[in-house]
Design a binder for this molecule. Structure first.
Ligand SMILES: [Zn+2]
Length: 251
């Protein structure tokens, strides 16, 4: 009985040493402990939803990319939504898809491990058609309801990987999503930020990484101002104060 376990460990160690396998091999039981199973368990559940734009030209192209060992290395997502609203599921909700890459959101350092990834067919420049956003909202409703994901926990890929990623980009309609009850959006009548308000602390509280501050501000602007610049102004501070207040209320 010990041989297969040792063989598995040897294989895993060899693969890791070769750098050929960066994901953790599945292991039914840990050989370091006596297996005494309990029936009281279920699949782990994600706690975050990541919105992506494919930055490609068609659903067919993205289905190929997300299901093969393409030249940039294998990637995937749980869902892909076409411009006409058609939905495709590529990975089961309870399994770890490879859509996030490196990055950090609050204290989460392995976003793939705790998130559902949704790719939207979009070339990175075009508007997102209403049929596609309506379809996304139906899916978000299902995921948040069924998996108990907080409705505030919907983020852009660029939010947690601002130095590497831009998607879903300035054209993604976050306000429309917020009107449907998903993600954070500042209150229209929010007052100016109070004197001494610290925008960096606010960004950190929301989850943004601060390792590259200019890139983080650009990600924040893409999402909440529809712009690309990296200088914070008074309106940003007003927005940040409103968002922090909402997030605190949602916890
Ligand atoms: Zn992405």
């Amino acid at each position: 009985m010990r041989k297969p376990v040792l063989l598995k460990l040897w294989l895993a160690a060899t693969l890791l040493a070769l750098g050929a396998c960066t994901h953790v091999p599945r292991q039914e039981h840990n050989p370091l402990a006596r297996w005494t199973p309990s029936p009281n368990h279920e699949a782990r559940r994600p706690i975050l939803i990541v919105i992506h734009a494919t930055e490609q030209n068609s659903v067919a192209e993205s289905l190929e990319t997300l299901r093969t060992e393409n030249s940039g290395g294998p990637v995937s997502a749980h869902y892909l939504i076409g411009r006409d609203g058609a939905r495709y599921q590529l990975v089961p909700d309870e399994l770890r898809a490879w859509h996030a890459g490196g990055g950090r959101w609050g204290t989460i350092t392995d976003v793939n491990n705790v998130s559902i990834g949704i790719e939207l067919d979009n070339d990175g420049r075009s508007e997102f058609p209403p049929a596609q956003i309506d379809s996304l909202i139906v899916l978000l409703e299902d995921l948040c309801e069924r998996l108990y994901i907080p409705r505030t926990q919907i983020v852009a890929h660029a939010d947690f990987a601002p130095t590497r990623k831009q998607d879903p980009g300035t054209r993604f309609p976050w306000q429309r999503l917020a009107q449907a009850g998903f993600g954070l959006w500042p209150a229209a009548d929010a007052p100016p930020a109070p004197d001494g308000f610290d925008p960096w602390n606010a960004l950190r509280l929301l989850g943004y990484p601060l390792a590259g501050r200019a890139a983080t501000v650009r990600a924040f602007h893409r999402r909440f101002r529809g712009t690309e610049n990296d200088v914070l102004d008074a309106e940003d501070l007003r927005i940040l104060a409103s968002l922090v207040q909402q997030q605190a209320g949602a916890e």
